[in-house]
Design a protein around this ligand. Structure first.
Ligand SMILES: [Zn+2]
Length: 212
């Protein structure tokens, strides 16, 4: 926030010229003077989520939210889910690892099923692992009505904002019946690696691969 204010002050120093007051791009296009304030709501959104009593985070997950490493789309979706449910995130980036003793990097390590070698969305702050829903562990409760309801709530989020890397336990995925077009990963080996949590991720830095 301090950095943002300092940068704003710098921009205002440049405000003297007419050119700075009439950016070449309209608001929302990017790199325009008036796009600057949009960075503030992203930081606010993360702190609002942390203050939300229906959202829980482990200390490592809370630190990621505080540091701003978590993707704004993910922050917004988690906030949306808490309108109907209590959820607890175990990890975004810090402390996440695919294989015990193997530190996370930009790519999923070989040996983690067929996903080995693919980009690691956790590493880029674009994924969350939810281990508890409405006070219940996802493990052993894959077809619990509340855990299933979180899946349906996700499916209702518009395609352009919804995570496109949704992975959960096999019975959860099977009961919901959503497919790849909606963002669900159906690869059997991946489902078996997610018996105890819901993984919500965005494959790309911008946009989603959801078709509907
Ligand atoms: Zn995950």
């Amino acid at each position: 926030m301090a950095a943002l204010l300092a940068a704003s002050a710098l921009l205002c120093a440049a405000c003297a010229s007419d050119a700075a007051l009439s950016p070449a791009c309209p608001p929302g296009v990017g790199r325009g003077l008036w796009d600057f304030p949009w960075e503030a709501p992203a930081a606010d959104a993360a702190s609002r989520l942390l203050e939300n009593p229906d959202f829980g985070a482990t200390p490592q997950a809370a630190r990621d939210l505080e540091s701003g490493v978590v993707d704004g789309r993910l922050v917004a979706v988690l906030q949306e889910i808490t309108e109907e449910h209590r959820i607890c995130v175990e990890a975004f980036k810090e402390g996440h690892s695919f294989l015990p003793g193997v530190p996370d990097g930009p790519r999923i390590p070989e040996g983690y099923g067929e996903a080995g070698g693919l980009p690691n969305t956790h590493y880029f702050g674009r994924a969350a692992d939810v281990y508890w829903v409405d006070g219940k562990p996802v493990a052993g409760n894959a077809t619990d009505p509340d855990v299933l309801a979180v899946g349906r709530a996700l499916a209702e989020i518009p395609a352009r904002r919804r995570p496109d890397q949704i992975i959960g336990p096999p019975p959860w995925t099977g009961s919901l019946g959503y497919g790849r077009q909606r963002g669900w990963i159906l690869a059997r080996d991946q489902l078996e690696l997610h018996e105890d949590h819901l993984h919500l991720g965005y494959m790309d830095e911008r946009g989603t691969r959801n078709a509907r």
